[in-house]
Design a protein around this ligand. Structure first.
Ligand code: SF4
Ligand SMILES: [Zn+2]
Ligand SMILES: [Zn+2]
Length: 455
C-alpha cells in the first residue's frame, strides 16, 4: 500500500510502455500515483491520465524551468484544468537556481503567482527547490503557501529546514537519492524528520533509486525509497507504507481513511492494545489532543472494548515479540480487563508490557501491583520530568500528590514485576540526568523518549 506522490507519467520516456508501467505499479501494491505537471502540456497530460486511471491523480502547474513562457492564457488553461475533480494539487512550482533556465526574478514572480492560484483553488502546493532554499522558504512564508498544505518534493535541505517547513504546514517528500551509497548525510537528515511528516516519491522518469540507479525510473520503484526509510527509522516497510500512505491520503483528500478507532495495532514486531481513551493526566504534549492517528493507526475509540473484543482483535499473540497495553489513555483505569487479557496472553507464552502513567494505586485506592505479578513482564511508567513542579505544569494530573504517587508506584513495581522502566521526556526544561538518578534510586531503568509516544 504505497503512494508515489510525484511521477511524470505523461512524459515521452513512457510513450512506449505507459500501460505496462502502470500495471507494474499496481502489481507492486501502489495504491495511488500523483502524476505531476511541469508545463502546460504536461499538466494536460497528467489530468488526462488521471481521468483514464482510477488510481492516478493529477497536479497542474509550471516548473521553474518553464516559467519564462507563461502568459495569461497559460494561467487561464491551468485554471480550467484545476477544476477537474482528479486534480489534487498545484505543482510542481518553485525555484531552480542550478540551471537558471528562467531568470531568477521571473522564477520568483511566477512562483508567487502560482502559490496564489493554489490558494484560490484551496489546493496543496508541490514545491521544487534546487539550490534555492532560502528564497524558497522566504516566499512560502510570505505567501502563506502552506495554508492548504504542501510538499517539499525531492527534499534536499537540512533537518532545520525540514522542521521550519513542517511548522508552516508542509510535508517532506523523499526520493531515490536517499538510497544512493554516498547519501549518509542525507539519510541522517531523514532520520531526524518525524515519519508523520514524510512522503515518498520517485520523480520518475528521473532519479532511479539503487539498485536501478542510472536506468529510467518508474512508480513501482518507490518501494526502494520506502525500504531505505524503514532502515533509517528502525521501522518495518509495512509501517513506512501505512504511515506515508495515510499522510498522502490526508494531504490530497483521497481514498478511504480509517474512521473506526483500532483496539489492536501493530508497530514493528509489537502489538499494542488500545483499552481506553480516558486518562488521569492531561499532558500538554499528549498526541491524542492533536491527532486521531499514531503511526498510521486511528486510535480514537468509539467505545471501550471488552476483554473478549480485545482477545478477538489480538488473534494469535505468538506472532508478536510482545503485546503492550498502551493506546490513547491510561490502561490501568480498566484494571479488570487488563488482568483478564494479560492472563490470556501469558498463557500463550507471550511477553506482556504495560505503558502506564503510574496512577494505578491512587485510581484503585489499593496496591494493585501484587495483582499484576505473574501476568505482566514489564511496566513502563511515565516519570516524564525531574520535578513535581514541572510534572504538574506538563501533565496536569487530575489529583494532588500525583508525582509522588507515580514515583511510589515505580518503587513498588520493582517488587512484583520483573522489568520496570521509567520514561523521561525530551522536553527542553527536563534534566535527563536527574531523571536517571531518580529512576535508578527507585530501582528502575530510565528510557528517554521522544515526544510522540502516548502513555
Ligand atoms: S501522554 Fe499518556 S499520561 Fe499523558 S495524557 Fe496522554 S495518555 Fe495520559
Ligand atoms: Zn522537481
Ligand atoms: Zn518532478
Amino acid at each position: 500500500m504505497l503512494v508515489d506522490t510525484h511521477a511524470h507519467l505523461e512524459m515521452t520516456q513512457f510513450d512506449g510502455d505507459r500501460e505496462a508501467v502502470l500495471e507494474r505499479a499496481r502489481a507492486e501494491g501502489l495504491l495511488y500515483i500523483i502524476s505531476v505537471g511541469s508545463d502546460l502540456d504536461g499538466s494536460r497530460g497528467a489530468v488526462q491520465l488521471a481521468r483514464e486511471h482510477d488510481f492516478v491523480h493529477a497536479s497542474v502547474g509550471i516548473h521553474p524551468h518553464e516559467v519564462k513562457d507563461i502568459t495569461e492564457a497559460t494561467y487561464d488553461e491551468l485554471r480550467e484544468l484545476a477544476k477537474d475533480p482528479k486534480v489534487v494539487a498545484w505543482g510542481e512550482i518553485g525555484l531552480d537556481y542550478h540551471y537558471l533556465y528562467s531568470p531568477m526574478e521571473v522564477q520568483q514572480a511566477r512562483f508567487r503567482e502560482q502559490t496564489r492560484l493554489a490558494r484560490e483553488f484551496k489546493l496543496p502546493v508541490i514545491i521544487h527547490d534546487r539550490e534555492a532554499h532560502d528564497d524558497t522558504m522566504r516566499i512560502l512564508r510570505e505567501e502563506k503557501a502552506g495554508e492548504n498544505g504542501g510538499i517539499l518534493h525531492c527534499f534536499s535541505g537540512d533537518a532545520k529546514m525540514a522542521k521550519d517547513a513542517i511548522e508552516m504546514g508542509f510535508l517532506i517528500s523523499i526520493a531515490g537519492p536517499v538510497t544512493f551509497k554516498k547519501s549518509d548525510d542525507y539519510r541522517r537528515v531523514v532520520s531526524e524528520i518525524p515519519i508523520e511528516s514524510l512522503l515518498i516519491e520517485t520523480d520518475s522518469p528521473y532519479l532511479a533509486p539503487e539498485p536501478l540507479r542510472g536506468k529510467r525510473n518508474e512508480p513501482a520503484y518507490v518501494k526502494y525509497v520506502a525500504e531505505t526509510i524503514a532502515k533509517v527509522k528502525g521501522l518495518t516497510v509495512q509501517d513506512v507504507a501505512r504511515i506515508t500512505t495515510l499522510n498522502a491520503m490526508t494531504l490530497f483528500g483521497i481514498g478511504d481513511i480509517e474512521k473506526e478507532g483500532r483496539i489492536a495495532y501493530r508497530i514493528r514486531d509489537s502489538l499494542y492494545l488500545n483499552v481506553t481513551n480516558r486518562c488521569t493526566n492531561t499532558c500538554t504534549f499528549c498526541v491524542r489532543y492533536y491527532t486521531d492517528f499514531v503511526k498510521g493507526h486511528n486510535l480514537r475509540l468509539t467505545h471501550e472494548p471488552t476483554a473478549e473484543e480485545l482477545i478477538k482483535a489480538i488473534g494469535d499473540p505468538t506472532l508478536y515479540r510482545e503485546v503492550v497495553f498502551c493506546g490513547y489513555g491510561e490502561p490501568l483505569l480498566r484494571l479488570d480487563v487488563v488482568k483478564t487479557v494479560a492472563k490470556w496472553i501469558k498463557e500463550r507464552g507471550v511477553k506482556v508490557r504495560i505503558n502506564t502513567n503510574g496512577h494505578g494505586n491512587v485510581i484503585h485506592k489499593r496496591n494493585i501491583l501484587p495483582e499484576l505479578a505473574g501476568l505482566v513482564d514489564c511496566v513502563s511508567v511515565s516519570l516524564n520530568t525531574d520535578t513535581e513542579e514541572q510534572y504538574i505544569e506538563h501533565c496536569q494530573p487530575a489529583f494532588t500528590g500525583a508525582y509522588q504517587a507515580m514515583k511510589d508506584f515505580i518503587r513498588l513495581a520493582t517488587e512484583f514485576i520483573p522489568e520496570v522502566v521509567a520514561t523521561a521526556l525530551t522536553l527542553p526544561t527536563v534534566d535527563i540526568d536527574e531523571c536517571r538518578r531518580i529512576a535508578e534510586g527507585l530501582g528502575a531503568r530510565l528510557r528517554v523518549r521522544e515526544l510522540d509516544v502516548v502513555g
